[in-house]
Design a protein around this ligand. Structure first.
Ligand code: SF4
Length: 510
C-alpha cells in the first residue's frame, strides 16, 4: 500500500500512486467512458467558435451561474442586525447550504435556523412548522429579533408569512411585541442580490411602517451584499468617522463574521442596533453602496421623504471620489486632508506600476455592482475589462456597463454579458482570450482549463483564507486591490520567463 500509519500521504500525492491510477483506469473502462484522447478532442472542440455559437444560443439550461438564490442574500442582510437570528421557512438542506457558504467564505460559524419542512408540510402547508420553529428558536437561542425568509418549497406551495407569523404569535411562539420581520424570497427568480433587497426592506418595514418621519441630520448607509464586508464596513466607518458624518450603517456584518477567539463563543456579535434601525426612519437621506442590492429598499426610504442615492461598489479612485463627494454633499461635511493624501498615495502607487498594468486585458465576473466597480477601476489602471459577466445582470445593468465602456478609451473593445453563466464564459475566453480573470473561487476551473490566471476579489472565496478581512473599498482598499492584481501579473511573468527558458528575463527587480 502507498501509505501506512507511519507514512500518511495527503490526497494529492496519494492519488498519483500506481494503485490509484490503475483503479481510476479500471473505473473509466467499467463506466464505458471514452478514452482520454477522445475526451481531449471533444474538450478542445468545446473551445471553438462553432461551439461558442451553440453555447451562447443556449436558453433552457444554466451551467454554473454566478449567483446564489434569494434566501442567501436575505440571511446575509439579517446577519448585520443586533442579536438577529435568521429563520428560513423551508427545508433544512437549503439552510445548510447558506450556512456552509457563509462559513466557508468568512471562516466563521454562521447561525441560521430552518422550519424543517418535509413532505407532509409540502402537502398540507408549513403553518405548524412555523409555530413550533419560532417557539424553539426563541427559547433556545435568545435572539432579540428573528428575521424570516423562505425557500423554494414554501413559495411553491404559497405559504403566507404574514398570516403564519401572526398565528404563531397568537399561539405564544414569541411575545406579542417581539420583532419578527419577514421577506418572501422565492429562490426560483432573482438572486441573492434581490434577496438582500427584499430582507432589508422587510426589516425596515417592521420598524418604520405606520411611522411619520421627522427628518434629522443622520444619513443611512446600506453596504449591500459584499464578500469583503468585514474589511469594507470597517474601512467605511473609519472614513465616516474621519469626515465627522453622523450615520447609521444599516446591516453591518463586520463583527458578526469576524468574532475573536478568546474562549467565549459569540452566537451574535455587533450589528446595527434595533434602536438605531427604528430611528433610521428619521434620516435625511439613505445612501446605498450597491444599487442592485437596494432598489426596493431605496424606494421605500424615499416614501418617508428621505433623499436617496446609490453607487456601484466604490472601488478605485473615481468611485471613491464619488462616494466621498456624495457623503460631503449629503452631510455638509468637508473631505479632510488626510483622505486627500490617501487618494494621492493610491494614484502614486498606480503610477509606479503603470508600465506593468497598461494594456492588460481581463474577464470579470460576479454580482452586477461588483463587476461595474471592478471594470471602472481596471480602466483607471490602463487595463481593458474585455468581458464583463453577471448572471444576475439585467438589461438596465448592461446599458450602464456600455456607458461605462464608452467613458474611456480602454472600454473600446469591451463586451458585457448579462444573464450569462460560467460555462458561457469558458467559451468566451477560449475564443477571445484575456490575460487575467477576476472573480470568485469558482473561476479556478476556468483558470486551469483556459490557462488564465484568476484574481480572487469577490464572493465566495473558499480556497484562499482571510482576504475578506482587508478592505477593497476607499483609497486604502484600492491599494489592496492594486497589489492583488500586480502580484498575479508578476507571478505570471516569473512563471512565463522561468518556463520558456528565457531566464535572461527572470529578473529580481520588476
Ligand atoms: S434554489 Fe431553492 S431548493 Fe435550492 S437552495 Fe435555494 S431555496 Fe433551496
Amino acid at each position: 500500500m502507498p501509505q501506512s500509519a507511519e507514512k500518511i500521504l495527503d490526497h494529492a500525492p496519494l492519488f498519483k500512486e500506481p494503485e490509484y491510477q490503475e483503479m481510476f483506469a479500471r473505473k473509466r473502462a467499467m463506466d464505458g467512458m471514452p478514452c482520454a484522447e477522445e475526451t481531449a478532442k471533444v474538450a478542445e472542440w468545446t473551445k471553438s467558435w462553432e461551439y461558442r455559437e451553440k453555447n451562447l444560443a443556449r436558453e433552457a439550461l444554466t451551467i454554473n451561474p454566478v449567483k446564489a438564490c434569494q434566501p442567501l442574500g436575505a440571511v446575509f442582510a439579517a446577519a448585520g442586525f443586533e442579536r438577529t437570528l435568521s429563520f428560513v421557512h423551508g427545508s433544512q438542506g437549503c439552510v445548510a447550504y447558506y450556512r456552509s457558504h457563509l462559513s466557508r467564505h468568512f471562516k466563521e460559524p454562521s447561525s441560521v435556523v430552518s422550519s424543517s419542512m418535509t413532505e407532509d408540510a409540502a402537502v398540507f402547508g408549513g403553518l405548524q412548522n412555523m409555530i413550533d420553529g419560532l417557539a424553539n428558536a426563541y427559547k433556545l437561542y435568545s435572539p432579540k429579533m428573528i428575521a424570516v425568509s423562505t425557500t423554494c418549497m414554501a413559495e411553491v406551495i404559497g405559504d403566507d408569512l404574514q398570516a403564519f407569523i401572526s398565528t404563531a404569535r397568537q399561539k405564544g411562539s414569541v411575545p406579542e411585541d417581539f420583532d419578527v420581520p419577514y421577506a418572501h424570497t422565492p429562490a426560483f427568480v432573482g438572486s441573492h442580490v434581490v434577496g438582500y433587497d427584499n430582507m432589508m426592506k422587510g426589516i425596515l418595514e417592521n420598524f418604520w411602517k405606520g411611522k411619520t418621519a421627522t427628518p434629522g441630520e443622520k444619513i443611512n448607509i446600506i453596504p449591500g451584499f459584499d464578500g469583503f464586508a468585514v474589511g469594507n464596513n470597517r474601512e467605511l466607518k473609519r472614513i465616516l468617522d474621519m469626515m465627522g458624518v453622523d450615520y447609521t450603517l444599516l446591516s453591518d456584518v463586520s463583527d458578526t463574521f469576524d468574532t475573536p477567539s478568546d474562549g467565549e463563543f459569540r452566537m451574535y456579535d455587533g450589528g446595527t442596533t434595533l434602536e438605531d434601525t427604528a430611528a433610521a426612519v428619521n434620516a435625511k437621506a439613505t445612501l446605498s453602496l450597491q444599487e442592485y442590492c437596494t432598489q426596493k429598499t431605496l424606494e421605500y426610504a424615499e416614501s418617508f421623504g428621505q433623499a436617496s442615492a446609490s453607487l456601484h461598489y466604490p472601488m478605485g479612485v473615481a468611485a471613491t471620489d464619488e462616494l466621498l463627494m456624495k457623503l460631503s454633499e449629503l452631510s455638509g461635511k468637508p473631505i479632510p486632508d488626510a483622505l486627500e493624501k490617501e487618494r494621492g498615495r493610491l494614484i502614486d502607487a498606480m503610477a509606479d506600476s503603470q508600465s506593468w498594468l497598461h494594456g492588460k486585458s481581463y474577464a470579470i465576473f460576479g454580482d452586477p455592482d461588483f463587476v461595474y466597480g471592478m471594470a471602472k477601476f481596471i480602466m483607471e489602471t490602463g487595463g481593458e475589462p474585455r468581458h464583463c459577466l453577471a448572471t444576475a445582470g439585467t438589461k438596465a445593468w448592461a446599458e450602464q456597463m456600455q456607458e461605462l465602456f464608452a467613458s474611456s478609451p480602454y472600454g473600446a473593445n469591451c463586451q458585457v454579458w448579462a444573464g450569462k453563466d460560467l460555462w458561457h464564459l469558458r467559451s468566451i475566453i477560449a475564443t477571445e482570450p484575456v490575460d487575467f480573470l477576476i472573480g470568485s473561487s469558482y473561476g479556478k476551473y476556468l483558470e486551469k482549463d483556459c490557462n488564465t490566471p484568476l484574481i480572487r476579489l469577490s464572493f465566495p472565496i473558499f480556497d484562499r483564507h482571510h482576504h475578506h478581512r482587508f478592505p477593497t473599498w476607499g483609497y486604502q482598499g484600492g491599494l489592496r486591490v492594486l497589489v492583488a492584481i500586480l502580484d498575479k501579473i508578476f507571478d505570471k511573468l516569473d512563471s512565463d520567463t522561468g518556463e520558456t527558458g528565457a531566464d535572461i528575463s527572470f529578473d529580481l527587480t520588476r
